[in-house]
Design a protein around this ligand. Structure first.
Ligand SMILES: *Cc1c(COP(=O)(O)O)cnc(C)c1O
Length: 369
C-alpha cells in the first residue's frame, strides 16, 4: 500500500451519529453518504453504520446502486435530480425517487404500471433553494397528482435549506413557513402525513423546530461543523487522519529555488523533505506556500509549488529521515485549516480527497461485535 493514506475512524462516525440521533429524537436519521461518504470511503462507512441508520441519502441513482452492490438493505433516498431515462434503475435497485416535478412523477407512475412494480417516492418541494423541486406555490398540483398515481407510494415529502448555517435564521424560517403551508394540503383533507424532512447539518444545529420526522446530516455526521456561525449543540468529532511519510530528505541552499515556477527558496541552508502526495490526491495546489504539515510531531510550512504527486516541506534547522511520519490532516490540523489555506469550504476539502488515496478503517472491529 502507498505510504500516503487516509485513516477513517469508524467508531467516531458511529458516535457522531448517536449524538445527532439523541439531539434530533424522535426524528429518524438519514446520513448522507453521497460523494464517497464525503471522501471517507463509502465502501467502508456504509456497511459499518447500516445498523444504526434509518435511511441512507445519496445524490445520484448511481450512488444508490453502488450501495446495493455493497449489500446495503436499508432504505435509500436519491435526493438529487433524475432524468426520466434513469427511472428503470429505481425499480431495479429498490431506490426511493425524489419526485421533483410533475413530469417525473407521471413518468414514474406510468413505468410502475407497465412493469407492475410499485415505487416509493419522496415529494421534493423547492421552498427557496431554486435547484430542483416543485415550488411551494405550485406544489398543490404535484400533491394532487401524487394522490392519483396508483402505482406510487408517497412515503415522504421534503425540502432543502439554502442558508441553514448562518446565524440569521430569517431565510430558513421563511422556507419553513412555505413548507408548512404545503403540508396543510394533507391536514385540510385529513390525509395521512408523509414522512417530513428538512434539516441538513446547519438545520439540525440552528433550527430545532424544523427537525420534523427525519434529519439529513452530512458534514455533521463526519464530525465537521457547517461554518463558524452554527450552534455547536451536538458534540461531534472528525474521523479523518491523512497520513504520509517522508520519501526524500536533503539540505537546500539559497539560490536553489524549490519546485515548479521557482516560487520559494531558502534564505539560509534549510532541511527540505519531500512528501509523496499532491494535488492529484486532493491536496489542493492552491495551498502552495500556505499549508502546514506535522513531521515527527511538529508543525512545519509547506514550501514551493505543490505538484501533482509530491510536495515539499521546510524543516529549517530540524532534521528528518526518509520514512519518518507525516500528518497532513488530523492531530491538530483541521479540515477548517485546509479549507482556509485552499480558499474553499470544508465540504470541498473532504470530497476532493481522491480515489488514489487508500482508505484505512479503524475502530470498526471492536464496536461491530
Ligand atoms: C448533501 C445534502 C444534505 C447534507 O448537507 P450537509 O450540509 O452536509 O449536512 C442534506 N440534504 C440534501 C438534499 C443534500 O443534498
Amino acid at each position: 500500500m502507498r505510504p500516503t493514506y487516509l485513516q477513517v475512524n469508524l467508531s467516531q462516525l458511529k458516535q457522531n451519529l448517536e449524538s445527532i440521533r439523541a439531539h434530533a429524537a424522535p426524528a429518524k436519521v438519514m446520513p448522507m453518504v453521497k460523494a464517497n461518504a464525503y471522501g471517507h470511503g463509502v465502501d467502508g462507512v456504509a456497511p459499518f453504520i447500516e445498523p444504526y441508520v434509518d435511511y441512507f441519502g445519496v445524490a445520484l441513482a448511481e450512488e444508490g446502486i453502488h450501495l446495493r452492490q455493497l449489500g446495503i438493505r436499508k432504505l435509500i433516498l436519491v435526493t438529487g435530480g433524475t432524468l426520466p431515462e434513469q427511472l428503470p434503475l429505481f425499480f431495479e435497485h429498490d431506490l426511493i425517487l425524489a419526485a421533483s416535478s410533475l413530469d417525473l412523477l407521471t413518468a414514474a407512475d406510468k413505468l410502475a404500471e407497465s412493469t407492475r412494480k410499485r415505487l416509493k417516492v419522496h415529494l421534493k418541494i423547492d421552498t427557496g433553494m431554486e435547484r430542483v423541486g416543485v415550488r411551494d406555490y405550485e406544489a398543490e398540483s404535484l400533491l394532487e397528482k401524487s394522490l392519483a398515481c396508483r402505482n406510487i407510494d408517497v412515503e415522504g415529502i421534503f425540502t432543502h435549506l439554502a442558508n441553514s448555517e448562518v446565524i440569521d435564521r430569517k431565510y430558513s424560517l421563511m422556507q419553513l413557513e412555505r413548507f408548512q403551508e404545503v403540508l396543510r394540503f394533507y391536514e385540510k383533507r385529513s390525509l395521512p402525513m408523509p414522512l417530513r424532512h428538512v434539516c441538513n447539518s446547519g438545520g439540525i444545529l440552528n433550527l430545532p423546530e424544523a427537525h420534523f420526522d427525519m434529519v439529513r446530516p452530512g458534514v455533521l455526521f463526519y464530525g465537521v461543523y457547517p461554518g463558524r456561525e452554527v450552534n455547536r449543540v451536538v458534540d461531534v468529532k472528525p474521523a479523518l487522519t491523512w497520513r504520509s511519510r517522508v520519501v526524500f530528505s536533503k539540505m537546500t541552499m539559497p539560490g536553489r529555488p524549490v519546485s515548479y515556477g521557482s516560487l520559494w527558496q531558502a534564505e539560509s541552508p534549510a532541511r527540505i523533505v519531500t512528501i509523496p502526495c499532491g494535488y492529484a490526491d486532493g491536496y489542493f495546489r492552491r495551498m502552495t506556500n500556505h499549508a502546514r504539515v506535522i513531521v515527527n510531531g511538529r508543525r512545519y510550512p509547506q514550501v514551493g509549488r505543490i505538484c501533482m504527486d509530491q510536495f515539499m516541506v521546510n524543516l529549517g534547522e530540524d532534521n528528518a529521515q526518509v520514512g519518518d511520519e507525516v500528518v497532513l490532516l488530523g492531530e491538530g490540523i483541521t479540515v477548517e485549516d485546509l479549507a482556509k489555506w485552499a480558499g474553499t469550504n470544508e465540504y470541498e476539502v473532504m470530497t476532493n480527497i481522491s480515489a488514489r488515496v487508500p482508505r484505512v478503517y479503524i475502530g470498526g472491529a471492536s464496536t461491530r461485535a
